[in-house]
Write a protein that binds this ligand. Sequence first.
Ligand code: NAD
Ligand code: MG
Length: 298
Amino acid sequence: MTRDQLTFDNPKERYADLRGEAQEQPFPGLDRDLTPSADHGELSYRGTGRLEGRKALVTGADSGIGAAVAIAFAREGADVALSYLPEEQVDAQRIARLIEDAGRHAVLLPGDIRDHEFCTSLVSDAVQQLDGLDILVNNAGHQVYETDFENLEPEQLERTLTTNISAMFWITQAALPHLPAGSAIINTTSVQAYKPSPILVDYASTKAAINAYTKALAQQLASRGIRVNAVAPGPIWTPLQVTEGQPPEKLDGFGENTALGRMGQPVECAPAYVFLASPESSYVVGETINVNGGLPTP
Ligand code: NAD
Ligand code: MG
């Protein structure tokens, strides 16, 4: 490993050679087919023992931000259960191999989190196969742009709301009886919660809801010793963006509107999740860490 996340360098220049390119994939998309390839930490994330012996369930862990989180958690010493859609098996298997290369246990749990019953079995299977659970990362998400609000189909609205919000309630409810004091719940929200795009009305609304969900639940669960926090990424290079997350022409130069003038890589989000999962953030409750290249937030 020549360079890792702890290498001292200029953040404007880190990954500046990777530019987004116009492209399209059918939903849910594959990291395997993303051009240029994203960095999930395969060669660049170095563990420092911060999650030794922990047991994590990560949704949307096959690709993008969730994949980077899964790799980082494993290298920090955690066993990881991966939730993803069956169509993403090839991506999930690649991440599972990296987890096993780190000497940790990987559990593959494909299925559709829009189904309440599946969410319940997802958690019980994770608990059974990990022999417990003390980290839950609610990261799966759905984003499809619609330029004309009147054309937002009920099916898309339902898919966005159920994937991004309802499933987060269901999975967290199923997990709670298993989470001991000291556990961490981390929700992926977005800069879209504060700086919504006109073409992402449904998606941005769910991300604002996730912020309120995180802050409300954090206050309720603190008395049980369970901390709830959120990470709000900005423009990160993942399959979500090329499966109609953005119009293809916006992918060329994706992230140039940030203060750093570039898009972010999934691995650049991972340390925020590691920090919030680890006991070192013991007094951090109901907080949002923005990982967005310098887009101003409230
Ligand atoms: P991604 O496509 O790699 O990850 C999203 C994952 O969600 C998919 O891999 C899939 O496994 C999962 N998913 C979607 N629908 C599902 C369903 N019905 N059942 C089970 N799993 C389902 O893209 P990503 O960008 O890494 O997205 C991860 C999270 O980050 C999402 O919540 C997204 O909203 C958020 N986010 C992304 C960006 C960005 O620029 N990429 C910015 C802010 C927030
Ligand atoms: Mg995926």
